[in-house]
Design a protein around this ligand. Structure first.
Ligand code: UDP
Length: 397
């Protein structure tokens, strides 16, 4: 299957991956995260793990468990680490610690290389018996809540290596080696593979969205960091100029995100019964549906206030759609302002660029093509895989 990616990245890239993998055949490798579906980390692991196995590597993926209190703790930490929550009740630290111990007792962590994804399972390192452990951070750590970061840092400092998406997330106050590896999308996955236009139309029509009229799309969990209310506001402002505009906000629940429902309700309130606003809550495995909407969209938004990377941006760019994105985290390396889309902080500025793109078909197409090429060069799974293999080689000496 790895050969199939040569059509996108060339034979040399594939050869390099195969050669690197050959050197690592004897190692047992484990990925650990906090959800099997929903959100970008699960999205990547669902594609990365089979690909690594196909290269002959011995790879497993395990998901930690927890109760509602644990996921409230980890979501609070997540928000605090990304700088959006200041109030962190102190009992959450012991809830976190308790579940690290439970999971460490239940999971076999006896591997040569262990990738721990994000803060939720980071504390498992305390129970390591052997192997090289890599902390793979997918969130924005540029302005963390000092106390939560101090708590997490005690664990992270025990790792052999930390991997961040972009330079501004790397930490001066960590003494372990740090690598920068952006995430990726898989061009052959159900989410990103080519779809016949008739399939796109059929799926979009099924949700009562009119394929003849312009569609503004955001695909995101219902999370304040994704600014759903800002999306609705930007749509409203753009609709003043483009009256037949429709908004589709496509969300799905994630097992490790307890806030989704409350955010969804507030977004429904903000939509106020506008029949051109489609707030769709689909199951997390609705990959082909997401694919179809991204292809049907006229303009894609990712108006995040905080963002780790924002896979949805690369997914849209790959489908040759310009993206109007928030000036946050990894969006800034995907949306090259004026080339692959526009960066906008306020709903007003976002609406301005959305309106501009809705009116200018030629520019839309030009930016769309630039976006696809930008993703092809930088954010496809083969790049990511090669860098992971290099990280493993580095960690194991
Ligand atoms: N996603 C999805 N259905 C939805 C919402 C999101 O399949 O209704 C997917 C989306 O296509 C992307 C991932 O979930 O692959 C979200 O990753 P991203 O990095 O954008 O954000 P995160 O949720 O990790 O913060």
């Amino acid at each position: 299957m790895i050969e199939k990616y040569a059509q996108f990245v060339g034979e040399d890239e594939i050869d390099a991956i195969v050669k690197l993998a050959e050197r690592l055949q004897d190692l047992s490798i484990l990925h650990v995260n906090s959800t099997a579906a929903g959100g970008g980390v699960a999205e990547i692991l669902n594609r990365m793990v089979p690909l690594m196995r196909e290269l002959g590597l011995r790879v497993d993926w395990k998901v930690i468990r927890g109760d509602a209190e644990f996921f409230t703790a980890t979501k609070t930490f997540h928000n605090a680490l990304q700088g959006t929550v200041r109030d962190v009740p102190s009992h959450l630290y012991s809830v976190y610690e308790k579940w690290q111990e439970i999971n460490a007792n239940e999971l076999d962590l006896d591997y040569d290389v262990v990738f721990i994804h994000d803060p939720q399972p980071a504390g498992l390192i305390k129970y390591r018996k052997r192997g090289k452990w890599i902390w793979r951070c997918h969130i924005d750590l540029s302005t963390p809540h000092p106390e939560v970061w101090a708590f997490l840092k005690r664990y992270v400092s025990m790792y052999d290596l930390a991997i961040f998406h972009i330079p501004e997330f790397a930490r001066d106050d960590l003494e372990i080696p740090q690598l920068l590896i952006p995430p990726s999308i898989d061009p052959l996955s159900p989410k990103n593979k080519e779809l016949p236009p008739t399939t796109v139309e059929r799926i979009v029509a099924k949700f009562d969205v009119d394929t003849e009229r312009p569609i503004l799309l955001q695909v995101s969990r219902f999370d304040w960091a994704k600014d759903p209310l800002g999306v609705v506001e930007a749509y409203r402002l753009a609709k003043r100029h483009v009256p037949d505009l429709q908004l589709v906000y496509l969300g799905s629940p994630a097992h490790d995100d307890p806030e989704g429902e409350a955010v969804y309700k507030k977004t429904v309130e903000a939509a106020g019964g506008d029949r051109d606003i489609h707030l769709l809550m689909l199951p997390p495995d609705s990959h082909v549906e997401v694919n179809a909407f991204q292809r049907a969209a006229t303009v894609v938004m990712q108006k995040s206030i905080r963002e780790g990377f924002g896979l949805t941006v690369s997914e849209a760019l790959w489908k040759s759609k310009p993206v109007v994105g928030g000036r946050a985290g990894g969006i800034k390396i995907q949306v090259i302002h004026g080339v692959t889309g526009f960066l906008a902080t306020s709903p007003r500025v976002a609406a301005h660029y959305v309106t501009f793109l809705l009116r200018e078909k030629e520019i839309r197409e030009k930016m769309g093509a630039a976006g696809r090429e930008h993703v092809r060069r930088n954010f496809l799974i083969t790049h990511h895989l090669r860098r992971y293999l290099m990280a493993i080689a580095y960690a194991t000496g």
